[in-house]
Design a protein around this ligand. Structure first.
Ligand code: GLA
Length: 386
């Protein structure tokens, strides 16, 4: 999308060409490793991408809030004094939820004309939701001088998604799109929110995102089911040990799962969380050494654990990941995001990218009847004004 077209559309919708709107951008995120660990207060290693959500916004003199997007037909108009959720689950709930969180904190934004445009594929596990939340949070903060730091906006946005939108997500997505840095992954401890940035030096390799184009059906209900199973695991473990969350256990404590968790499903869920935390720690180590070969192996192990122990992959993600691993030049491949559809991430030799896309595209279609899409992203900075 050219910015000039975006601005044209803004003026077509809202008029008054003399008063310029401000433009903000928030990326989507790609999680490299550390899946379904964030709500268990564990480790994650995501990064911010070069595609995301743009917001053109201009203040009004009254309290009207006008919301439009280039992506969907639905638009909305509300008063900032009395924000109402859209009960049919429209996209406006993301910005409305964020604005309503500002109100709950005693910060009253005035009226705004807002036009959004996103180039993150929807429902693909690349955090289009966190991106639209954080671009709104950042814009409101700047325009109305609310004085929040980015980590505060991250928490505000996650809270909006949990309470206003009704999706019980963890903190990873908002943190990654808020705090992302060019060329670096964010190694985040979701329990303390302490983080470190880790250089991702790909040299002759490239990150490839493969979209299964299978919409993440059931994400909400299955996601909450997994959260519930992790809570059950903690309850079982608390019969003998004092913990509040699974990430307080390390890889040396795995035997406790066999001893204290009688339910096999619950035991498997806990095993994934503990082994995945350990894989993130190892991944950070190998990335520091520039060892992409072992990084790729850890990605593979992560997917296998998400498939066998956490059971959030499904036919399409398994097909795209296991076919990818068969292709020469692939160092590793795993699902990314919540699972049940969406995207995979692979590390592939640059010289093999074309044949990777061609071979994987064909193999995936013959395995599933669906057509995959491929993106070659770069790792970029988090939310900002442009
Ligand atoms: C979704 C959620 C995140 C995280 C991932 C799984 O993307 O929004 O908080 O739980 O799933 O790792």
């Amino acid at each position: 999308m050219e910015l000039s077209k975006f601005r044209e559309e803004f003026f077509r919708k809202y008029g008054n060409r003399t008063d310029d709107p401000v433009i903000f951008f928030c990326p989507g995120r790609l999680n490299l490793i550390g899946e379904h660990t964030d709500y268990n207060k564990g480790f994650v290693l995501p990064c911010a991408l070069n595609f995301g959500t743009y917001l053109l916004v201009r203040k009004r003199n009254d309290d009207r809030l006008l919301l439009n997007t280039m992506n969907f037909d639905f638009s909305d108009s509300q008063s900032t004094g009395s924000i109402k959720k859209n009960e049919s689950g429209q996209w406006v709930n993301y910005p409305l939820g964020v604005i309503s969180e500002y109100l709950d904190r005693g910060i009253k934004p005035g009226g705004m004309e807002m036009l959004f445009y996103g180039d993150i594929p929807n429902g693909a596990g690349l955090s289009s939701s966190a991106s639209i939340e954080m671009v709104t949070a950042y814009a409101v903060n700047e325009l109305f001088k609310a004085g929040l730091s980015i980590p505060e906006m991250v928490k505000l946005s996650q809270h909006a998604e949990n309470t206003f939108v009704g999706m019980n997500c963890g903190i990873m997505d908002q943190f990654a799109v808020g705090m992302g840095e060019k060329g670096k992954a964010i190694f985040l401890n979701c329990g303390t929110l302490n983080y470190d940035v880790i250089p991702v030096e790909l040299r002759n390799y490239q990150i490839v995102i493969s979209n299964t184009n299978k919409r993440r059906g059931l994400t909400g209900s299955k996601y909450n089911e997994r959260r519930g199973e992790c809570e059950k695991a903690v309850k079982y473990l608390r019969s003998k040990i004092h913990i509040d969350h699974l990430s307080q256990l390390s890889i040396n404590d795995l035997h406790l799962l066999d001893e204290l968790i009688p339910d096999e499903t619950v035991r498997k869920r806990a095993r994934h969380v503990i082994t995945e935390n350990n894989r993130v720690l190892q991944a950070v180590n190998v990335l520091h050494k520039g060892d992409l070969i072992n990084f790729g192996k850890l990605m593979n192990e992560s997917h296998d654990s998400l498939r066998n122990d956490y059971e959030v992959t499904g036919k399409e993600l398994d097909a795209i990941v296991y076919e990818a691993r068969e292709i020469d030049g692939t160092l590793g491949s795993r699902m990314t995001g919540a699972g049940f559809g969406g995207c995979s991430v692979s590390i592939v030799a640059r010289s093999r990218i074309n044949s990777f896309i061609e071979k994987l595209g064909k193999a995936y279609t013959s395995a599933t009847g669906l057509k995959a899409e491929f993106y070659l992203p770069t790792i970029e900075d988090g939310v900002r004004q442009i």
